[in-house]
Design a binder for this molecule. Structure first.
Ligand SMILES: [Zn+2]
Length: 190
């Protein structure tokens, strides 16, 4: 009898500990809803995007970053363009469905000498016979970005995202990359 009581008490303690552990958010599971949305670009994404601008410049391709972090509200406004609002569709992602909403994406644009943005996908300002957009996309991929120019459904040439291995649904459930994930990896590899 005493043994059974002790077992029962142990079960209750275990259950309470589990609930506390879950409420506090155990490692690897941020337990969804109450994880706040990011409010700015991830530091690694910012650093790599800025590095890309200077690497491209060295290859004779001038680009600038035209967009970074985007709130869910801003994303929903973009989603409305070409749907409930007029114009052409500019995105397939609703609020919370874009890496921009988690500070993990930037958009770039080719930039002319006068500072104007160049959208011509055949543009070749360094005259090497290759499309500048594709050259920059390749450079970005070498730095750990995914490039929207590779997408089948909707070619988004300006778009670069760094997922840190996290899907949109994982991000929606509250998972977040570590602040210095890429930098840590780089340190390990020297
Ligand atoms: Zn984008």
């Amino acid at each position: 009898m005493r043994k059974a009581n002790r077992f029962g008490a142990a079960l209750v303690i275990a259950a309470v500990l589990f609930l506390v552990w879950k409420a506090l958010g155990y490692p690897g599971n941020n337990n969804g809803r109450n994880v706040p949305m990011p409010t700015d670009l991830h530091p690694v994404v910012r650093e790599k995007a800025e590095e890309l601008v200077s690497i491209a410049a060295k290859k004779g391709i001038t680009i600038q970053l035209i967009e970074g972090f985007r709130t869910v509200e801003e994303q929903n406004r973009l989603y409305a363009i070409g749907r409930s609002d007029g114009g052409q569709i500019v995105t397939y992602a609703r609020g919370g469905e874009s890496y921009h909403n988690y500070g993990l994406a930037v958009d770039f644009a080719l930039t002319g000498k006068d500072g104007s943005l160049i959208w011509d996908t055949d543009h070749d300002m360094n005259g090497n016979g290759r499309r500048d957009w594709e050259e920059v996309g390749l450079m970005a991929k070498g730095m750990g970005f995914e490039w929207g120019g590779d997408w089948e459904r909707f070619k988004d040439y300006p778009h670069l995202q760094m997922t840190f291995g996290l899907s949109i649904s994982e991000l929606q459930r509250g998972k977040r990359p570590r602040e210095r994930a890429v930098a840590d990896t780089n340190e390990q590899s020297g």
